[in-house]
Write a protein that binds this ligand. Sequence first.
Ligand code: OGA
Ligand code: NI
Length: 358
Amino acid sequence: MAKGEVHSQCAGYTLPVPNVQSLATSIDKSTQIPERYVRPEVKADPIAHNNEIELPVIDLAKLIDPEFSKEEAAKLHFTCQEWGFFQLVNHGVPEELIEGLKANTMEFFNKSLEEKMLYKQNNDGTLQGYGQAFVISEEQKLDWSDLFYVMTRPIALRNMKFWPTSPSTFRDNIDRYSLELTKLASCLWQYIATNLGVAKEVFAELFKDHPQGMRFNYYPPCPEADKVIGVSPHSDATGFSILLQINDVQGLQIRKNGEWIAVSALPNAFIVNLGDITEVLSNGIYKSIEHRAMINTENPRISLVAFHGPDNSIMLRPLPEAVGDGKLNYGSMSYQEFMKALFNKKLEGKSIIDKLKL
Ligand code: OGA
Ligand code: NI
């Protein structure tokens, strides 16, 4: 694809909305939060448990060790079926890199609004830069967060205009992290393919050039935290996402058996969640799980989510190996159409994938 062409991975448009980090500093316990951020559904749809549940743990070191691989791969399969979410430990990404990237990210968000706005989104259709996403109407309720998004792979699609030059090591750390996660994603795909009875080469072809985007989320604290939502309920339109909690503040909730549960992860573990693309390819053997991010009254929360999508040109449909002699559960749609549908509406659970269900 030619450079500059809109990549369907993010063929999006979003209306400009206020910067939430600045808004949050301007209100205190005596001022009410603006109506556009008040979400009555939080009360109507509360969490099922008061305590956080630790996500299932997958150990990459065991997965690649011939002695333990079979057992850990079976655990991975079970976890993908039952949870669609897990934390990955012993993932091999150097701690020094993770610490550097965490420090860079915090420093970036702590800069003045003016400095961050040097990287603001410019509605070029890629949604890259600093701002928000999925705002399509003036009436729509808003999420209590700001984001900063860059496309990191294929490398030809990088737009360095959006890559901050300060802190000075930020660009290099994003680049190194991008490569580390690409290697990690390729490794995980091999086990997922094998677990689904699909040849590794099939997944390698579907995910060739390793399309990858990175979304840094900033969730400011809110005096009325129980009235707002950090990120609206959604499933990710990816193969899978790899989330790192930058400042070790929890806030992720997942919908399991119809109920919201708050989950927590170990420091420096990655939270991996399967996306819509994997749900369709696997014919629903694996599901993309709805999740949302919630806010607390005291501390900002920062996360970094790396999305790993398929090649732009694929046709999205269940793989014959996953269907076997069973029933076909999803229709087909080009990935480009799928992404267009996604970005032309607000984030709303799994509404796009539900349309593909047969
Ligand atoms: C996302 C997302 C959750 C979080 O960016 O897609 O689901 O905890 N983020 O930041
Ligand atoms: Ni998500």
